[in-house]
Design a protein around this ligand. Structure first.
Ligand code: MTE
Ligand code: MO
Length: 314
């Protein structure tokens, strides 16, 4: 599905979004699994909060957090392969050919392989996950993804004992990705996780959002989503996953090592050298929210970092 600009959105899309929002069963199930903020099922739209020009500062995760609109999720993007403006990915990613698409898994595994995304979608039951996404630039969204745990695929590949990290690559194809003709980053875009982070049940490979295949501008046909880390860790349009022994280099770390660390866990107390991370702007809302440690997922992921100096390991 390709949406080039606001005017091009057929009314069928908008209707589908409403239908999606009505799928209360889905929300109830997700809530019972602890995957969405409680209360979302009961009431999606928070009526309170905007009584003046300066609404009170809210925490990042509120019981009635509404989903960010399909339009905002698909028109306010970071995908530098298509340009560095938020509107560039929706304008320029339409021509990216995403089917067929293969993902290679190699490195320190007993069962390396090359999988087609279509096979992965059939092999691993697709689950719905509503997650907050917090960009390092201090804006955030609430996105209803579908996908499957990265851990399922890693288990299938069977990591060797000395595999401690996972490295991810985006497609490198400057013909299709005009942003790669400009050296804003060391292409292809690369990211990495520690193996235990990659195996965590909250970490997914997303293949859709709002019940539709992943739009190109959001990282079609398959992208990582790690909801407790800054958005740039959630690498898009993945072609390779490699298990390695040592902490890999990542594109953002290579570009500015003092600003973008390997861990990049959301942390309101550790500021970016050039701006505060204490608050965030939720796209589609007025005012600011208070950013939460691990983006509000501390109960689920805090133990991964027990005893670790989060300021040093930023
Ligand atoms: N390959 C690739 N992946 C990427 C990026 C990118 O520029 N290229 N941007 C990252 C950043 S900074 C963010 S905030 C999220 C944005 O995801 P979204 O546009 O689907 O909201 O994607 C991340 N993944
Ligand atoms: Mo980001």
């Amino acid at each position: 599905m390709i949406i080039r600009n606001k005017e091009d959105i057929p009314s069928s899309e908008i209707t589908e979004e409403k239908v999606y929002l009505d799928r209360r069963a889905f929300f109830k199930k997700a809530a019972s699994l602890g995957l969405i903020v409680p209360g979302m099922a009961a009431k999606l739209v928070q009526a309170s909060g905007i009584f003046g020009l300066f609404p009170p500062l809210k925490p990042a995760a509120m019981p009635h957090d509404p989903l960010t609109s399909f339009h905002d999720i698909t028109h306010y993007n970071n995908f530098y392969e298509f340009g560095t403006n938020k509107s560039d990915p929706s304008k320029y990613s339409g021509a990216l050919s995403t089917n067929p698409w293969q993902v290679k898994i190699d490195g320190l595994v007993r069962r390396p392989g090359v999988y087609s995304v279509n096979d992965l979608i059939h092999k691993y039951p697709q689950q719905d996950r509503v997650y907050r996404l917090r960009c390092v630039e201090a804006w955030s969204m609430v996105i209803p993804w579908s996908g499957f745990p990265l851990g399922s695929l890693l288990k299938q590949a069977d990591p060797l004992g000395h595999a401690h990290f996972v490295e991810f690559w985006t497609l490198y194809d400057p013909k299709q990705m005009p942003g790669q003709r400009v050296p804003v980053l060391d292409w292809p875009y690369r990211e990495g996780l520690r193996l235990d982070e990659a195996m965590h049940p909250l970490t997914i490979l997303a293949t859709g959002l709002y019940g539709k295949p992943l739009p190109n501008q959001d990282g079609a046909p398959i992208r990582l989503v790690v909801p407790w880390k800054y958005g740039f860790k959630s690498i898009k349009s993945i072609v390779r996953i490699r298990l390695v022994e040592h902490m890999p280099q990542t594109s953002w770390q290579m570009a500015a090592p003092d600003e973008y660390g390997f861990y990049s866990n959301v942390n309101p107390k550790v500021n970016h050298p050039r701006w505060s991370q204490a608050t965030e702007r939720r796209i589609g809302e007025w005012g600011l929210r208070r950013t939460l440690l691990f983006n509000g997922y501390a109960n689920q992921v805090g133990s991964l970092y027990s005893g670790m100096n989060l300021r040093k390991n930023f």
